[in-house]
Design a protein around this ligand. Structure first.
Ligand SMILES: *[C@@H]1O[C@H](CO)[C@@H](O)[C@H](O)[C@H]1NC(C)=O
Ligand SMILES: *[C@@H]1O[C@H](CO)[C@@H](O)[C@H](O)[C@H]1NC(C)=O
Ligand SMILES: *[C@@H]1O[C@H](CO)[C@@H](O)[C@H](O)[C@H]1NC(C)=O
Ligand SMILES: *[C@@H]1O[C@H](CO)[C@@H](O)[C@H](O)[C@H]1NC(C)=O
Ligand SMILES: [Zn+2]
Length: 321
């Protein structure tokens, strides 16, 4: 068991947040999002087809391994923003730094937050949850970064749910805090010391990468996406807690956007099968609660927002084939 620390903060602390939109918006009504979210540019999230992704054999785009510095012991403040659960880095120095892979230069960690169900799909499969670790090009302000095509880098980690109570799960460090975040946070939130490495994929060099956008308004196309292709595991109990969190509805994911661009995969990703049959079994082998929530599993999740699909292919049939 990892040590779990909670500090109660006295006084009022502002929550700068990466929600850069001035207007109200909702996951229930994506057609009401600002215009730039609806133009067919390079929007996110997308369905990544593993067979179409390009292996960068000559290391033109992915020039080496990803380098994670300082992810081990990170003090973060957890809040319910009303749209997601977010853990934000607030100190002046010592933030984790990401570099390597498709990135040119250093990117400083800002916050991570959760989406349930997942936003990205791989080979048509969506997952119960997705973690986004947002990084900003080192030295830039958020306003500056939002104007540059390579201003932000986001690591996306897909999560699958297991019913076995005796395993170690990735969210163990934040689990005790979840009930305090069910409601939109009115106070300053709580500070925890987390090991962010535990929220990364078991194989962090195995990923897809593409250029896209923020998945919330104003949907700026300034993000280098790094989507890990090996999911982490969370427990059924943890997922039940997360689904009690009030984010203005029961879930908080944007529908899939047209892929219309090149997706690269890392050399490690091309070696390992991105979606072994066993994984599909595990994914669908969820507890009775999940089965009642999801019906027959991942396919139902996909079909939930089917009407928003740009590509009318039947992803579930593809995935099962
Ligand atoms: C963080 O977790 C990783 C992976 O479990 C482990 O290798 C590392 O030692 C941990 N770091 C700290 C500071 O606990
Ligand atoms: C990235 O950070 C490392 C460590 O602080 C530093 O050595 C390196 O020069 C930085 N790279 C760039 C491009 O600024
Ligand atoms: C959350 O909000 C509900 C309704 O607004 C309230 O009844 C409940 O006590 C709140 N829970 C916490 C933990 O603040
Ligand atoms: C599904 O769960 C059952 C019982 O919980 C277990 O025996 C079985 O091995 C699991 N299947 C997979 C593919 O994980
Ligand atoms: Zn996100």
């Amino acid at each position: 068991m990892k040590t779990f620390l909670v500090f109660y903060m006295i006084g009022v602390v502002g929550f700068a947040n990466c929600d850069t939109s001035s207007s109200e918006w909702s996951y229930k009504y994506e057609n009401g999002w600002p215009n730039q979210c609806r133009k067919a540019g390079q929007q996110s999230p997308i369905n990544i087809m593993s067979r179409s992704a390009i292996v960068d054999t000559f290391q033109i785009h992915i020039r080496g391994p990803l380098v994670f510095r300082g992810y081990g012991d990170v003090k973060l403040r957890g809040v319910n923003t009303g749209r997601t659960l977010k853990w934000k880095f607030e100190e002046d120095t010592g933030a984790p730094v990401l570099s390597g892979g498709p990135l040119r230069g250093n990117y400083t960690f800002v916050q991570f937050h959760l989406h349930w169900f997942s936003e990205h799909a791989i080979d048509g499969i969506k997952y119960p949850m997705e973690i986004h670790m947002l990084h900003i090009k080192t030295g830039l302000t958020i306003e500056e970064a939002l104007k540059l095509p390579d201003g932000l880098a986001v690591i996306a980690v897909l999560c699958q749910v297991h019913a076995d109570e005796n395993s170690e799960y990735s969210l163990q460090e934040i689990e005790p805090l979840l009930p305090t975040l069910y409601n939109k946070t009115s106070g300053p939130g709580f500070i925890s010391t987390l090991n962010l490495s535990r929220l990364l994929s078991p194989q962090p060099q195995s990923f897809y990468t593409y250029h896209g956008s923020l998945t919330t308004p104003d949907c700026q196309e300034v993000v280098t996406w790094i989507v890990m292709d090996h999911p982490i595991s969370i427990s059924d109990y943890q997922y039940k807690m997360i689904r009690q969190v009030d984010v203005g509805g029961v879930d908080n994911y944007r529908s899939l956007q047209p892929t219309n661009r090149v997706v690269y995969k890392s050399a490690a990703s091309s070696i390992s099968s991105p979606l072994p049959i066993g994984l599909l079994g595990v994914l669908l082998n969820m507890s009775s609660l999940l089965k009642s929530t999801l019906g027959t599993g991942a396919c139902v999740v996909i079909n939930l927002k089917r009407k928003f699909f740009a590509d009318k292919k039947n992803y579930c049939t593809n995935a099962a084939a």
